[in-house]
Design a binder for this molecule. Structure first.
Ligand code: ZN
Length: 406
C-alpha cells in the first residue's frame, strides 16, 4: 500500500543562538517533546531549501522545497498572491500583487497602505472585469490593504517594471517594458491605460468620503509589483503521483497549494497568526490521510507564525509559539502507513529580523523510515542526522519518495 505524507512547514523555524537563552536557539530552548520523539524515531538532517548561500523568499522556498526547479517553474510572486486570494491563475496570465495607497495631487506617495485600510473589497469589485485592448483585468481583494490583479488575454509578458517606487515621498511611476519585446511593450501600455482609469475609480469610491470624515488617509491609487507570467506547472499529483491537499491560514501558502494542484482545505481557526489553531490544522491533516473516504496522499500543512515572530526580533514569542505548535503534534506519533515531515522553508533568525541563508532542520518520521542517532529536533542536533546536509528541496524530495517506496 502506498504511503501517505503529512508535510509540515514551520515557516522561518530555523534560528541562531540567543544570548538570553544561554546560547540556545528558540527551537533548542523550546520544550518540544513531540518533535523530539518524531526525530528520535526518524531520520534527520539539514537542508538548504533553494541552495547554499541563497536567502530564500517564502514563495521560491516552497516551490524548491517540493522539488520544483526554480529556473524552470518559478512564475514570480504575483501568481502566488493571486492564487492565494482564490483567482484561478492560468498559463499565459500575468499576475501582480497590489496595495491600495495614498498619493497627493502630484502623484507623490504619502502612504503605501492607505492608512492600513481594512478592506479593498469595494475597490476591487469596481475594477474587476475591466477590459483594455482585449485584455481582461481580474481584481480580487486580499487581506486588509492588499489585492491581487491578473491580466488575461493574448500576447502578454511579465517583463514590466512596478509602478510602486516602494518609498514614501517618491512619485508613483509609469509601468515600463523591461525588455525590448513587443509583448512587453504591449503589456506595459495596456497596464498603464488600466491604471489611469483605476486611479480615478479608486479615488471616487464612496468609501473615501467616510475615511475623510474620520480623518483617515483616502485610498486613491493602487501600487503594483511582482509581475509574474504564469507557466504550466505540473502539480504534485502529476509529478509524484500523490493526490495532494493544502492546509494553510495565510493567502500566499494557499496560493502555493493551488498552483501545485492541491485542494485547499479551509480550516476554521487557521489564520496565519500566533493565535492560529494548530490543533485544528493537525487534526484536519490526520483525518484526510487516515479518515475514511478522504483519499489524500500528500498533505501540506503550513504554520506561519515562527517566521513573523523572527521578523519581529522576538525570540521568547518564537519559542512559545514553537511549544504551542509542538503540543498539537502528539497525534502525529504512531500514524499507520504515513510519514511525517517537519521542516521550514528558510531560517528567520531573531537577531537578523529577516530571512537568512542558514540551512533548516528537517525530520522525516514514520513507517519505513530508518531512524538515526539524533534524539532531539534542532538546528544543531540535525547536523548529525542520516539525511546529511541537502543542497536543495529537490534532493530532499528524492529521499522522501525513496522512504515512501520502502
Ligand atoms: Zn517563509
Amino acid at each position: 500500500m502506498a504511503k501517505k505524507i503529512i508535510f509540515i512547514v514551520m515557516d522561518g523555524l530555523g534560528d541562531r543562538p540567543i544570548k538570553g537563552f544561554g546560547g540556545k536557539t528558540p527551537l533548542e530552548a523550546a520544550h518540544t517533546p513531540n518533535m523530539d520523539a518524531l526525530a528520535a524515531q526518524g531520520a534527520t538532517g539539514l537542508m538548504y531549501t533553494v541552495g547554499e548561500g541563497i536567502v530564500p523568499e517564502s514563495d521560491t522556498a516552497h516551490l524548491s522545497l517540493f522539488g520544483y526547479e526554480l529556473d524552470k517553474y518559478y512564475p514570480g510572486r504575483g501568481p502566488f498572491e493571486a492564487a492565494g486570494v482564490g483567482i484561478e491563475v492560468k498559463p499565459g496570465d500575468v499576475a501582480w500583487r497590489c496595495n491600495l495607497g495614498t498619493v497627493d495631487e502630484k502623484g507623490v506617495i504619502l502612504d503605501r497602505r492607505a492608512g492600513r485600510i481594512e478592506s479593498t473589497a469595494p475597490f476591487a469589485a469596481e475594477l474587476d472585469g475591466t477590459e483594455v485592448d482585449g485584455i481582461r483585468f481580474i481584481v480580487k481583494p486580499g487581506t486588509a490593504y492588499r489585492m491581487a490583479l491578473v491580466m488575461r488575454g493574448h500576447g502578454l509578458s511579465a517583463a514590466m517594471s512596478p509602478n510602486d517606487p516602494h518609498r514614501i515621498g517618491e512619485k508613483i511611476m509609469e509601468v515600463k517594458a523591461e525588455d525590448g519585446s513587443k509583448e512587453a511593450e504591449f503589456s506595459a501600455g495596456v497596464m498603464n491605460r488600466f491604471l489611469q482609469s483605476a486611479y480615478r475609480k479608486i479615488a471616487a469610491n464612496p468609501v473615501n468620503e467616510k475615511r475623510k470624515g474620520a480623518g483617515k488617509p483616502v485610498a486613491n491609487c493602487m501600487l503594483c509589483r511582482g509581475a509574474g507570467f504564469m507557466k504550466k506547472i505540473p502539480g504534485i499529483e502529476e509529478r509524484y503521483g500523490m493526490r495532494a491537499c493544502c492546509i494553510a491560514g495565510a493567502g500566499l501558502y494557499k496560493g502555493v497549494g493551488r498552483i501545485l494542484g492541491m485542494d485547499v482545505l479551509e480550516t476554521p481557526g487557521a489564520n496565519g497568526l500566533p493565535s492560529t489553531d494548530v490543533d485544528a490544522k493537525i487534526c484536519s491533516a490526520i483525518s484526510v490521510v487516515q479518515g475514511p473516504g478522504q483519499g489524500y496522499d500528500f498533505v501540506f500543512v503550513h504554520i506561519k507564525a515562527a517566521d513573523s515572530l523572527g521578523e519581529d526580533g522576538n525570540p521568547q514569542g518564537k519559542k512559545e509559539f514553537i511549544e504551542k505548535a509542538d503540543s498539537a503534534f502528539g497525534g502525529l506519533l504512531g500514524l499507520k502507513d504515513a510519514i511525517v515531515v517537519v521542516t521550514a522553508d528558510h531560517s528567520t533568525p531573531c537577531e537578523e529580523k529577516a530571512h537568512s541563508a542558514d540551512p533548516v532542520p528537517v525530520l522525516v518520521s514514520g513507517h519505513g523510515v530508518e531512524g538515526d542517532a539524533v534524539q532531539t529536533f534542532s538546528e544543531r542536533a540535525c547536523k548529525d542526522g542520516a539525511l546529511g546536509l541537502m543542497k536543495n528541496g529537490g534532493e530532499f524530495m528524492q529521499k522522501l519518495m525513496g522512504f515512501c517506496k520502502k
